[in-house]
Design a binder for this molecule. Structure first.
Ligand code: GDP
Ligand code: MN
Length: 415
């Protein structure tokens, strides 16, 4: 599960990591008052940020520094009325429904570095599968180019593994802070952020806890040494551990999820939307993978991953069809069932019911898209028989003898 940045900031600040004051808004009307609440006449800088479950907002123009209530309102109006496009969004972009308005910070430039640009650090804790333990990842070259840096110059990324029992040890944090170039009092401040982030990662069963960027603010009268602060954060949580974090469950934002995936969850189906045009309905995750592979092998492109599970009911199968067909990209459907616990006749009845229930835009029922069905295993004969008897409801049906035959037929059918 993912959460928004404004929620991530609450978690950081609750864990004792310094974060600038901020508030979430969902309408243009709230912008001016919120701007005034998070700034003061002596420090008018604020930042307006789109709250969506995708990164790359800065480059997309959805993170804006503002210096007045009027500018805050303009930025809010722009973001709430335009879809955001970044390398991390779907091609059609994302609708922005929420914004964060936060106090802006003056970022300290790198010592001896170019004037103007502030120094931004990257900090994250995630799972290192190869080493079978969480790892702290840090870089002196954080900010909006981190993906590029990680790809082109992996040596600019520092890694420190967490001890399975002790977690991130204080000396590791100090060492990483020194290697990142922190000086004087900032070394302990940065090491403290790392240690709190690592504890948060473990305590909340995260799969990612990321701060990008971590910055040192320019000195002010209140903080003459400047402060080490997090000005952007991202958290992903392990869904299998969410049952023990009621407060995190409450942060779930359904409007950010794919509607098909949400419906599928309610029926116990594992569904992941993809960008191809062949809908796949399969039982078993392994078979679903193999089906997608073989569709690709024959030149097709799957529109989704869908595992109806080992014991799906007729209703779940009907629902699965309805989810697949609600995706306008779907130009053909391939059903691939190996009946074990799952009985082929249950699936076949589900297919027939779905066809009878399916409404086309002109009010008629039945599937218009080509449908290729491969059934094998428990009760396969009665399953095939059911489909034959319902031929009138399934004019586009092509039975297939095996997996390869099904893939060839569905790829040919969608062109
Ligand atoms: P992202 O592009 O989605 O990762 O959004 P970020 O919140 O990280 O913002 C992008 C960039 O905007 C940061 O890397 C900073 O360079 C800049 N930025 C964000 N907030 C502030 C701020 O309060 N002060 C200053 N000076 N720059 C900021
Ligand atoms: Mn960022």
């Amino acid at each position: 599960m993912k959460i928004h940045e404004y929620q991530a900031r609450e978690l950081l600040s609750g864990a004792g990591i310094p974060v600038p004051a901020g508030q979430m808004i969902s309408s243009v009307e709230e912008a001016a008052a919120t701007y005034k609440a998070v700034t003061s006449p002596g420090s008018p800088l604020a930042v307006v940020k789109a709250q969506v479950h995708a990164g790359g907002r800065g480059k997309a123009g959805f993170v804006k520094l503002v210096k007045s209530a009027a500018e805050a309102e303009d930025a809010a109006r722009f973001m709430l009325t335009h879809r955001m496009h970044s390398p991390q969004t779907p091609p059609e972009g994302l609708e922005v429904r929420k914004l964060l308005i936060a106090a802006g910070v003056d970022i300290m430039p790198r010592a001896g570095g170019a004037k103007g640009a502030g120094e931004e650090f990257y900090l994250a804790v995630t799972l290192d599968r190869a080493n079978r333990r969480p790892v702290l990842i840090a870089s002196r070259e954080g900010g909006v180019e981190i993906e590029k840096i990680a790809h082109e110059r992996p040596e600019a990324i520092i890694k420190a593994p967490l001890h399975p029992v002790a977690g991130l040890e204080p000396h590791q944090g100090r060492e990483v802070a020194c290697r990142l170039g922190f000086k004087g009092k900032h070394i302990l401040a940065a090491a403290d952020v790392m240690s709190r982030l690592a504890k948060l990662y473990l305590a909340r069963d995260c799969s990612l806890a990321e701060i990008n960027p971590l910055v040192i603010t320019n000195p002010t009268t209140e903080h003459p040494d400047g402060r080490v602060m997090a000005i952007d954060a991202k958290f992903n949580f392990d869904d299998n551990a969410l049952f023990r974090h009621k407060d995190l469950q409450a942060m779930f934002d359904p409007t950010e999820e794919n509607p098909g995936e949400l419906r599928a969850q309610r029926f116990g189906l594992s569904y992941i939307a993809l960008d191809g045009n062949i809908g796949c309905l399969v039982n078993g995750a392994g078979l679903a993978m193999a089906t997608m592979d073989i569709v690709k092998l024959h030149g097709g492109s799957p529109a989704n991953f869908l595992d109806v599970g080992g014991s799906a009911s007729e209703e779940a199968v009907t629902e699965a069809f309805s989810i697949i067909l609600s995706d306008p990209r779907v130009k053909g459907v391939m059903v691939n069932i190996f009946g074990g616990i799952m009985r082929c006749d249950v699936i076949a009845q589900g297919v027939v019911n779905a066809a009878r229930k399916h409404k086309n835009t002109d009010g008629s029922t039945g599937f218009r898209v080509p449908l290729v069905v491969r059934l094998e295993g428990t009760n396969v004969e009665s399953g095939r028989d059911l489909l034959r008897r319902a031929a009138a409801d399934l004019p586009t049906l092509q039975p297939a003898t095996d997996l390869a035959d099904a893939a060839v037929k569905v790829c040919r059918a969608v062109g």
